[in-house]
Design a binder for this molecule. Structure first.
Ligand SMILES: NC(=O)c1ccc[n+]([C@@H]2O[C@H](COP(=O)([O-])OP(=O)(O)OC[C@H]3O[C@@H](n4cnc5c(N)ncnc54)[C@H](OP(=O)(O)O)[C@@H]3O)[C@@H](O)[C@H]2O)c1
Length: 224
């Protein structure tokens, strides 16, 4: 399946590499290919500069947002929350496309910990859905660190919970099958895209837990 991953950060790199490893045709999208390849900042995940990561993953195509998204059945939004609407706006016609939205609407203007730029009565995922009424937005994976997104078995033997929220049942089924391929065994459907509010508002809890545990390598499990 042709899948676009919009985002060159840790999340975009991690998702694209795993999807390619699973045999998908992965395309990574960025604002400016040359600028991204010229970037000298090394990622905290050990994958180096973007150019180094790209050289180590030669099978993954790289293009501007529209180029990467063209013909994709699924588009992962792995861009900074503050830029997500612009990134998807630049991605071309997304009618009929499944947008798997893994972003968080972080507002870093007040320092650490970040605030949420949208919450309570709206969410970034809903804003994306409103901006692209012909697309099918599914919120998922924003509640865990990048490494766990694609290899849940690396913590707690994979015995923990992922969430999905979205208005289109077929799109959720498509995303669920990708999650299962990553190794997710417990996926809780929170209903329509409005459920993304709760998933995004989990972020302050995630940050507290990271401080308490001293590592981002954790997740929660829903039991009853
Ligand atoms: N890091 C994690 O483990 C983690 C876990 C869960 C969720 N998330 C969420 O996943 C998303 C990606 O996180 P990340 O840490 O990989 O990287 P990030 O630094 O949050 O985002 C980098 C990407 O955002 C794009 N971007 C930034 N500003 C933009 C703008 N104004 N317009 C268009 N695009 C813009 C960049 O484009 P260029 O390529 O052009 O530079 C780059 O591709 C974020 O929303 C984050 O909150 C992260």
């Amino acid at each position: 399946v042709r899948i676009a991953v919009l985002g060159t950060g840790t999340v975009g790199r991690t998702l694209a590499a795993r999807l390619a490893g699973l045999g998908h045709e992965a395309h990574v999208g960025t604002r400016d290919v040359e600028a991204s390849l010229a970037g000298t900042q090394e990622s905290w995940d050990g994958s180096g500069t973007f150019a180094q990561w790209h050289a180590n993953n030669p099978d993954i195509a790289l293009g501007a947002f529209a180029e990467a998204s063209a013909g994709a059945e699924v588009v992962f939004n792995a861009t900074a929350g503050e830029g997500s609407l612009d990134a998807l706006g630049a991605a071309g016609d997304l009618d009929g496309v499944v947008i798997a939205d893994v972003s968080n609407p972080l507002d870093n203007s007040q320092g650490f910990p970040p605030l949420l730029s949208v919450c309570n009565d709206d969410s970034l995922a809903e804003r994306i859905q409103r901006a692209h009424p012909g697309a099918k937005v599914v919120k998922t994976l924003n509640t865990v660190t990048a490494a766990i997104m694609v290899r849940p078995a690396d913590v707690g033997g994979g015995d923990h919970t992922m969430f999905v929220a979205g208005d289109d049942e077929d799109a959720k089924a498509t995303v669920r099958s990708l999650l299962e391929a990553f190794g997710w065994r417990h996926v809780v459907d929170l209903g329509g895209i409005r459920g993304a509010r709760a998933m995004e508002m989990y972020l302050p809890m995630w940050l507290q837990l990271m401080g308490a545990r001293g590592t981002p390598m954790f997740n929660v499990k829903v039991v009853s």
